[in-house]
Design a protein around this ligand. Structure first.
Ligand SMILES: [Fe+2]
Length: 284
């Protein structure tokens, strides 16, 4: 069983459009879930116990514990009426969910993994950025991030110096704000909701809230799926599969400041599910 720090979180488990009427199954933190749906009314149970349920951002959320927050993290931009809602599907990945979050934060891999899309040689250097654990909201933020990107978004006309902000709202819920090619005074927002199935296996639910009324929905989804599938190859080949939390387990560079802050924050919370300190660590 997962520890309290992991149990007491809200988790996205499915896009509402993909929850069938009647009964269906799902999984979270090593526990099988039963979902029941009648119209828009949805219930989730595990081991015969009803779990709390929320419907946010077009997704179904639940928890096996008692989250401190009454709702999943607020994403105010998601409520703005002029944004395109672009759910990008669910990807099963054979790695720790925490590895996915860390990969999402990492700009250094852009030129090598997302070549000629999110980065290209010789523009490989990660410029200095700021990173902090915001105690008032209990979130990790990385700000003033920049990267030269050949094709930052589907709607980007050419190479663009892209600004980024990363927000880690819960250990498994992260939000990226990046330069919006269509509106210079606003951010495009990309959420990544990670659903840990087991310590070493998870589903990722990427979703975009974009200022872009021109592109076809299928093209927007295809663009993001291309990027995510490139990440999946890297993620599934990382060793160890679980996130190392031992001191000096991996040698960080300056570009890894966000990863260092994230791991410190996880340790402070006592979150070990999906780490080398947690359940299943010896097996993986
Ligand atoms: Fe990536």
């Amino acid at each position: 069983m997962a520890e309290k720090a992991a149990l007491d979180q809200w988790y996205c488990i499915e896009n509402l459009a993909d929850v069938p009427q009647g009964g269906s199954g799902n999984r979270l933190l090593g526990v099988d879930l039963a979902i029941g749906r009648a119209g828009k009314s949805i219930s989730v149970s595990a081991r015969g116990r009803q779990l709390p349920v929320r419907q946010r951002y077009g997704y179904l959320w639940t928890s096996l514990g008692e989250p401190a927050a009454s709702d999943p993290p607020a994403i105010p931009e998601a409520e703005e009426s002029d944004r395109r809602y672009v759910p990008c599907g669910a990807f099963t990945v054979r790695t720790s969910g925490l590895r996915i979050v860390e990969n999402f934060l990492d700009m250094a891999h852009f030129p090598f993994v997302h070549t000629d899309i999110l980065g290209s040689e010789p523009h490989t250097e990660v410029a200095h950025y700021d990173c902090e654990i915001r105690r008032d909201v209990d979130e990790v933020w990385a700000t003033n991030c920049t990267f030269v990107q050949p094709r930052a978004a589907l709607s980007a006309g050419g190479a663009l110096k892209t600004d980024y902000m990363y927000r880690i709202a819960t250990p498994f819920v992260t939000v990226l704000y990046k330069t919006c090619p269509m509106a210079t005074d606003r951010w495009d927002v990309i959420g990544l909701f990670v659903q840990p199935l087991d310590p070493d296996r998870c589903r990722a639910h990427p979703v975009m809230f974009l200022i872009d009324d021109a592109a076809r929905l299928a093209d927007l989804i295809g663009f993001q799926q291309t990027i995510f599938l490139q990440d999946r190859i890297i993620l599934e080949n990382q060793r160890p599969v679980l996130l190392p939390l031992e001191p000096r387990a991996e040698i960080p560079t300056r570009a890894d400041a966000s990863s260092v802050a994230y791991r410190r924050w996880l340790k402070e919370k006592g979150l070990t599910y999906g780490t080398t300190l947690g359940e299943g660590a010896s097996a993986a």
